[in-house]
Write a protein that binds this ligand. Structure first.
Ligand code: C2E
Ligand code: MG
Ligand code: MG
Ligand code: MG
Length: 286
């Protein structure tokens, strides 16, 4: 809260700003060491088919185990990684680790499911992105069809540029999912022009879907549009049975959210989901 009541208010403001800046600089310095020190790791959140509760994929979500601050979420440090250019290194590590882990799960007899990896805009525009990712796939042994990249609508803003990148990625067999769909500014015409395999309905439309008719209408429309465009659709942020029922009623059976499971470290993921091929409703909610 900024109070402009004379000298004291001003001092309060600058000291706040100073503290924030100080913290950011500290995080920036620490982040440079995070990878070499092995402080980054991935959690995995299941994507489940509602009809039979079968796991169909996982999303890899990066975390940072900071030596004094505890576990930091990507919302805290990904922006810093982007501002400082460290995102290339971090993003490469995430891709390699996600592919390595999924290949290991496949090899161990786990279900042949996909792993979804979030790409930041800078990574998306990185030169030789496709070759870079193909290199990682080769190195880890994961087949391209088991990797799904999550991008956001804003990355498609320049269709000339994004079209080239997306066509290249798609031609190599990698799947593309539009994350947080409905919150960005993408032109709907891009959806038919570009090789997008999946729409991921943003959590903000799900939160109040049981009481908000507009949210329900938007979600139903996205689902129907995806079907007409022959795309996959998945809803994220499903927390309750009531929300789940509305999605299923509207013909969206692919679900990601706390209702099925929070994001889990690899070990817990195995224990909960890969012991048997089926998962139970509500696992991980307790
Ligand atoms: P996202 O890709 O939209 O990921 C979904 C976020 O929603 C995750 O937060 C997940 O923990 C959370 N979530 C899942 N189900 C539920 C639910 O039922 N209720 C609620 N309230 N939340 C749910 P997280 O892990 O904090 O990640 C936040 C964002 O950080 C991600 O949003 C993604 O944009 C970004 N991110 C995560 N990992 C990476 C990464 O490796 N690289 C890049 N560039 N960005 C990443
Ligand atoms: Mg995502
Ligand atoms: Mg999302
Ligand atoms: Mg997001």
């Amino acid at each position: 809260q900024v109070k402009r009541n004379g000298k004291n208010g001003y001092q309060y403001y600058t000291s706040q700003l100073h503290a924030q800046l100080q913290e950011k600089i500290e995080l920036e310095i620490d982040l440079r060491q995070a990878l070499p020190l092995g402080q980054l790791y991935l959690d995995y959140q299941p994507q489940v088919r509602a009809g039979d509760d079968q796991i169909i994929g996982v999303e890899a979500l990066v975390r940072w185990k900071h030596h004094t601050r505890g576990i930091l979420s990507p919302g805290v440090f990904i922006p810093i990684a982007e501002e400082t250019g460290m995102i290339y290194e971090v993003g490469t590590w995430v891709l390699r680790e996600a592919c390595r882990q999924m290949k290991a799960w496949h090899d161990a007899g786990g279900p042949l499911i996909t792993v979804s990896v979030n790409l930041s805009s800078q990574q998306f525009h990185q030169s030789n992105l496709t070759a870079h990712i193909q290199g990682i796939l080769e190195e880890t042994g994961l087949e391209a069809k088991y990797l799904e990249l999550e991008i956001t609508e804003s990355m498609m803003m320049d269709a000339n540029v994004s079209g080239g990148i997306l066509n290249e990625l798609a031609a190599s067999g990698i799947r593309i999912s539009l994350d947080d769909f409905g919150t960005g500014y993408s032109s709907l015409s891009y959806l038919k022009l570009l090789p997008i395999h999946k729409l991921k309905i943003d959590r903000s439309f799900i939160r109040d879907i049981t009481v908000n008719k507009n949210d329900k209408a938007i979600v139903a429309t996205i689902i129907s549009m995806a079907q007409h465009l022959n795309m996959d659709v998945i809803a994220e942020g499903i927390e309750t049975k009531e929300q789940l029922d509305i999605l299923v009623d509207n013909d969206c059976s692919k679900i990601q959210g706390y209702y099925y499971s929070r994001p889990l470290p690899a070990g817990e993921m195995e224990a909960s989901f890969f012991k048997e091929a089926k998962v139970g409703s509500g696992i991980g909610l307790e």
